[in-house]
Write a protein that binds this ligand. Structure first.
Ligand SMILES: [Zn+2]
Length: 377
């Protein structure tokens, strides 16, 4: 099985002092990033070639530290600052690739200056930053100290780098990059000759060609309802008021809960599908087209994109085949038994009988069977 890079995120509980040190590190990384953006913009204005990473590193980190107005850069790990330069480099690479039309997905804008008020702050420590996991399970970060971690699962192998993130709800996370172990993966997911088609319906989160119907769990639906409620509350608060700021933080917290619950649900479902099947067929999800339509109101749409992403990387990791079929296939109009084309049906028709062969179809299960067929499974 192939080697794949994975991310594992865990909640961090830094002390007040460590939060201050992390705040300084976020700030320094941000300043170096912004200095790099500025240097590139100035080079562009003067018609000069874009400055290389090595030059920026010398100018914006090593030499900058000797100047009074940047001396405080010395308070944080140099690796964190180097990584900020790399982030800036990547942002420009993506921007230019997008300009040339070489990048899939949404258009990437010109890198912008980062702000202290950004909702998400992040710094990265690579292998040569001398960070470590202590014997008692703490995360030891250079110039920050030993930070308490809530280990919700075990890391399969030694991580190669760690990103520390502060989210909009003010929570801290450590996100580790892990290279998967192909041998262990083979042990974990034994071969199977099963295959499955998946329909992403409206009445359920997903329906499988074997007749299984999967709804998002009740705790997730409850959290989503709560999110709608706090969003309505925010809309009523006056702009710039203290109450509005309080409501905003509350929303960020509920958002985070919904996102966590959804991710966990998608993880469990995608692992189950990958474990049980050698080949999986699923419809392409036109995410951007969907977002503009009424279906964006569906509680499922964000989850679907995440679910498909997880199926993709897990299929790659565990040597399974994932086949995506185009949306143009009329999966709900054709009898999966005899192939009779029965025409479009209103959404409220949940069950129908094929006039050609007499099979009684559940709308979604029939669609899932057609997805499987269309993929040649
Ligand atoms: Zn039929």
């Amino acid at each position: 099985m192939p080697r794949v890079q994975l991310r594992y995120a865990f909640r961090l509980y830094p002390t007040a002092g460590q939060q201050a040190a992390l705040g300084r590190a976020f700030g320094c990384a941000r300043v170096v990033y912004n200095d790099a953006v500025r240097a590139r913009r100035e080079a562009h204005v003067q018609g000069l070639p874009y400055p290389k990473l090595g030059l920026l590193s010398r100018l914006l980190i090593t030499e900058a530290k000797r100047r009074a107005e940047r001396a405080w850069l010395g308070q944080v790990s140099a690796v964190v600052l180097q990584q900020a330069l790399r982030d800036c480099e990547r942002a420009y690479t993506n921007f230019f690739a997008s300009l040339r039309g070489e990048r899939q997905g949404a258009r990437v804008g010109e890198p912008r200056m980062k702000s202290r008020k950004d909702r998400r702050q992040a710094i990265r420590f690579t292998a040569n930053a001398r960070w470590s996991l202590t014997a008692c399970g703490k995360l030891n970060l250079p110039k920050i100290g030993e930070v308490k971690v809530r280990w919700s699962r075990t890391l399969p192998t030694e991580p190669s780098s760690v990103t520390v993130v502060k989210d909009a709800a003010g929570r801290f996370f450590a996100s580790f990059v892990i290279d998967t172990d192909p041998h262990a993966d083979t042990e974990r997911m034994s071969e199977t000759d099963q295959s499955v088609g998946i329909d992403l319906g409206l009445a359920h989160f997903a329906v499988l060609s074997d007749g299984t119907k999967i709804d998002s769990p009740r705790f997730l639906r409850r959290a989503e309802k709560k999110l709608k409620k706090v969003q309505r509350e925010l809309a009523r608060k006056q702009k710039g008021s203290n109450n509005r700021e309080k409501a905003r933080v509350k929303i960020a917290r509920v958002h985070a809960q919904v996102a966590d619950a959804r991710r966990e649900f998608c993880h469990q479902l995608s692992t189950k599908v990958i474990r049980e099947n050698q080949a999986i067929a699923i419809e392409d999800l036109p995410v951007r087209a969907l977002a503009r339509s009424k279906m964006a109101k569906s509680v499922h749409d964000t989850g679907w994109a995440q679910f498909i992403d997880m199926l993709k990387y897990k299929a790659k990791r565990y040597g399974r085949t994932l086949i995506q079929i185009g949306r143009y296939e009329p999966t709900s109009q054709v009898c999966s038994m005899c192939g009779h084309h029965n025409g479009p049906k209103p959404l409220d028709v949940r069950e129908w009988t094929c006039p050609a062969c007499g099979t009684v179809h559940d709308r979604d299960v029939n669609a899932a069977r057609n997805v499987k067929k269309a993929a040649g499974l």
